[in-house]
Design a protein around this ligand. Structure first.
Ligand SMILES: Cc1ncc(COP(=O)(O)O)c(C=O)c1O
Length: 401
């Protein structure tokens, strides 16, 4: 039985068995659908767990230099057979210099970027070929003008989106710059979605970019597929990929790059009640903050599931209704730093721990030291044994200011 009281507060805790559960599902998806899955580091960069992730997945999707470097250092290099697919809305010349030695795929977001950097990639590829190594593959991100994602902040096809080349811009880009060296297309238009949404999107990708896709060697279908969520329609993913291969027989690699599906429900954020105040109800102030440590709860927004651990170690689920109700408030000065109202069957006490479930993905990668609030420690739970992996102090706050 796990002793939550032995975990320092606050702390993000990876539950290894749950990560392994997700990885097993993703492995099955790769096998059955014939796709290569690469981990989107933007959602889950907990590299201390990569020895397990690496064994299951083909590589990483990186959003720029730092993620590419992390992939290279901690996940695996192209020399070791891992893929490092790098996309950025706009690469700077210095980014390209750092990415060329490590990327397997560089995906440009505009024809101007492709035109600016393609000669540097060609030059690098000549050297790689001389050494008998695989060249870097160039891709273009497209916007199929179709996404079901709500809210708009997460919708890459929203009006005025800067993410991906629109069909009209693509036509103009091909006419002006050609497609020399381009071997793949990329789109990312999903968020927490099931396979039918992907199938519908593929019809739009085909309608707008089908003639180009027919000349390509690879397609990257982005992230946002909730593959590890119970009930995900893997059979539809399989069907969609089979359909793609039939229509576009020259496609060799078809990639998915989930972040959330890797870290989904694979860990929690443990916090503590520091004070309880009264203002038209009881307000418990915690040592974590919605804006510092769980930003998606503000951006989506959503209300996480919780439980409390009392001083004696007993666990009580947080509920929507119940005898003892509290607003849970954060440690920052943001007036809206409220995680929400919750109820319990017993009163909350100063010193009780509050555990926020499913807090591994898109939290650690986004957290910040606003108000000088310390970053939560990082830990891992394996076989009910907790290991503290990293803690943060004043130097981390001072170092970034
Ligand atoms: C280009 C791209 N790929 C992959 C992902 C990962 O998406 P998810 O974590 O929802 O699977 C994102 C998320 O924003 C993305 O922008």
């Amino acid at each position: 039985m796990l002793d939550y009281r032995a975990i320092p507060s606050p702390c993000y805790v990876l539950e290894l068995s749950k990560l392994q559960h997700n990885l097993a599902i993703l492995e099955r998806a790769q096998k059955e659908a014939g796709v290569k899955i690469v981990l989107a580091l933007k959602g889950f960069a907990f590299w201390r767990s990569f020895e397990w992730v690496r064994a299951s997945l083909h590589g990483c999707c990186a959003s720029g230099v730092h993620e590419a470097l992390l992939a290279y250092e901690e996940f695996g290099s192209r020399e070791s057979g891992k893929e490092i697919c790098v996309f950025s809305p706009a690469f700077k010349p210095s980014d390209i210099a750092q990415i060329l030695p490590i990327a397997t795929h560089i995906i440009f977001n505009s024809f101007a970027q492709y035109h600016t950097y393609r000669d540097r990639v060609f030059e690098k590829n000549q050297k790689l070929r001389k050494l008998g190594l695989s060249p870097i593959k160039i891709g273009l991100r497209v916007n199929p003008l179709y996404s079901q994602v709500q809210p708009l902040i997460y919708n890459p096809c929203a009006p005025h989106s800067r993410l991906g080349i629109t069909p009209q811009a693509f036509k103009e880009g091909v006419a002006r710059y050609g497609l020399e060296g381009v071997s793949g297309l990329h789109f990312h238009t999903h968020c927490e979605q099931d396979a039918p949404a992907l199938q519908e999107t593929l019809a739009h990708v085909s309608a707008h970019f089908g003639s180009t896709l027919a000349q390509m060697e690879w397609l990257n279908m982005g992230g946002g597929q909730h593959i590890s969520k119970e009930g995900y329609a893997l059979n539809i993913l399989v069907e969609a990929v089979q359909g793609l291969r039939k229509t576009y027989p020259d496609l060799q690699d078809i990639f998915c790059e989930p972040g959330e599906a890797v870290g989904w429900q694979a860990g929690f954020l443990l916090s503590s009640v520091v004070d309880i105040v009264e203002n038209e109800g009881q307000i418990a102030i915690l040592d974590v903050s919605i804006t510092n440590h769980m930003p998606d709860c503000l951006e989506m927004p959503y209300k996480p599931e919780i439980f409390k651990v009392a001083g004696d170690g007993n666990v009580f689920e947080g509920k929507q209704t119940g005898e003892f109700s509290y607003f849970l408030g954060g440690a920052s000065c943001l007036a809206g730093d409220f995680i929400g109202p919750y109820c319990f069957d017993t009163p909350l006490q100063v010193g009780d721990q509050i555990v926020f479930k499913d807090m591994l993905h898109y939290t650690i990668v986004k957290n910040n030291t606003f108000n000088g609030i310390a970053l939560p420690a990082l830990g891992m739970l394996a076989h009910d044994k907790f290991t503290l992996l990293k803690s943060f102090d004043y130097t981390h706050y001072k170092g970034r200011n």
